[in-house]
Design a protein around this ligand. Structure first.
Ligand code: GDP
Length: 296
């Protein structure tokens, strides 16, 4: 098993006994260890570089508190800076619009969009007492429409049928009309994903976005995607005004460094974390806790 960052830094610090401050002289070696830890956690390289530069600025010349050594102090700075980079406080869903509030789910195929749509439906019903409708705009995979129907039922929400011969925007508009007429509070719109970024798909989801004016556009991304998450995030950010991120599969063995990359590139807060395949496997994202995981 890889050593944690604290282990590595304390080992390093033993070789620089008597140094009570973080200085130009000793900070380089320590930052090298921080850099390694972040890369091992799958944070993308440009994000690591940026991060290290910020930590260096904060760390230099900082007085080391009585009982701490420079290594421990640096771990503290890194932890705090990581948590701040991934988000501050809790970023819940924005539903402050005339109902129905429309939430658009975006992301690659397999990221966990359909599962997350149902998890969010359950969350909104149980925690925020909302009446929730779901619809699938995935006209390419009838199985995806059926999957949404099944998981929506498990969530205790209602599902609006889609006709695969219709355009995604027409399906979503029909669902929106139904939601208005039947006094739903929230409409969750699941979308098609491809295995890789695809211009036609991006054009389609942009068109869908323009038609239904979602109050939340959530980018769903698989934490196990590691370094690739940054490219996916960039492409979706260019196509859509993202308002939040859902990081899925955090129950896997990834250290979750994708959180850092994606947060930075997408420029939107991570609102939720997927922590199991089950319908209740959704947690409000906790940046503090996640920082500990990334550091190992
Ligand atoms: P979509 O293609 O983006 O709609 O992805 P799906 O919702 O179909 O999910 C793809 C796979 O990932 C399914 O097998 C899900 O059960 C699984 N999955 C989704 N979210 C999570 C999660 O948070 N944890 C785990 N372990 N599996 C997940």
């Amino acid at each position: 098993m890889a050593s944690t960052l604290s282990d590595r830094l304390s080992r390093l610090v033993k070789t620089m006994r008597g140094q009570a401050r973080i200085t130009e002289g000793n900070v380089q070696d320590m930052l090298r260890e921080v850099r390694m830890a972040l890369l091992e956690a799958d944070v993308a390289l440009p994000v690591v570089r940026d991060f290290i530069a910020r930590v260096k600025d904060k760390a230099l010349g900082q007085e080391v508190a009585g009982s701490l050594n420079p290594g421990q102090t640096l771990v503290g700075i890194v932890h705090k800076e990581l948590a701040a980079t991934m988000g501050e406080g809790v970023a819940d869903l924005n539903l402050a619009v005339q109902p129905p509030a429309v939430i658009l789910m975006a992301g690659l195929q397999g990221a966990g969009k359909t599962t997350t749509t149902a998890k969010l439906a359950k969350h909104l019903i149980e925690r925020r007492k909302k009446k929730v409708l779901t619809v699938s705009a995935d006209v390419y995979r009838p199985a995806a429409i059926e999957q949404l129907k099944t998981v929506t039922k498990q969530a205790g929400a209602e599902w609006f049928p889609s006709t695969p011969t219709d355009k995604p925007r027409d399906i979503a508009l029909a669902a929106l009309d139904h939601a208005r007429r039947h006094y739903f509070d929230v409409l969750l719109v699941d979308t098609a994903g491809r295995l890789a970024i695809d211009e036609a798909l991006m054009a389609e989801i942009r068109d869908l976005h323009a038609a239904i004016h979602p109050v939340e556009t959530l980018f769903v991304v698989d934490a196990m995607q590691g370094q690739d998450a940054i490219n996916t995030a960039r492409a979706f950010k260019e196509a859509l005004p993202l308002t939040g991120i859902v990081l899925t599969k955090l129950d896997g063995d990834s250290r979750g460094g994708a959180a850092l990359s994606v947060r930075q590139v997408a420029g939107a807060p991570i609102k939720f974390a997927g922590v199991s395949e089950k319908i209740d496997g959704l947690e409000v994202f906790d940046a503090e806790r996640h920082a500990g995981r990334v550091l190992g």
